[in-house]
Design a protein around this ligand. Sequence first.
Ligand code: ADX
Length: 196
Amino acid sequence: MEHNERGFTLWFTGLSGSGKTTVSEIVERELRERGRRVEVLDGDIVRTNLSKGLGFSKEDRDTNILRIGFVAELLTRNGVSVIVSAISPYKEARDQVRRRIIDFVEVHVHCPLEVCAERDVKGLYKKAFDGEIERFTGVSDPYEPPEAPDVVLDTDQEEPEESARKVVEKLEFFGYLQPTVSEVRERHRATSNLSQ
Ligand code: ADX
């Protein structure tokens, strides 16, 4: 167990079906293996309790994001590793949260709309294209991509493990996590190969 752990909020934003939950679950496991205290705030779950009753208007989405941000801030300042995965389509709401949480790492889970719609894990894209669901992000509602995310994942080109690795490496780079012994060895090997 690491002592005096520095909390952080790792915020995954992206379209429905882009892979936010899949990648965040791998990162969660990795953080737990490293002895971190982790809490996950996933849009789908938050909407069944903390944000129960909220819909998908801009106002409701912003309220959802600000509520998630409020909880994330409390946890972060108590040394928890917080993982948020929510579409969070509006830049202003994301930036508002970012301004409140200093230890904030923004991850853009990028995946072309056609690929998300093709995956259609929850069958919602079909309904959105058929007009059965209104204001569906990317189809009939906006998604404003982050302008300067800390990490960009291209989940149509990377395996989930590779995406998760990129996130963990960024956490190490920022000093929130210590590189593991095997990673240090691997890097040493890579650099000594280069200098030969
Ligand atoms: S957010 O816009 O407020 O950040 P959040 O991540 O909490 O969204 O919830 C998105 C999830 O709600 C989607 O993954 C999907 O399962 C479901 N959903 C239902 N209706 C919509 C809609 N109109 N637009 C987007 N997602 C929807």
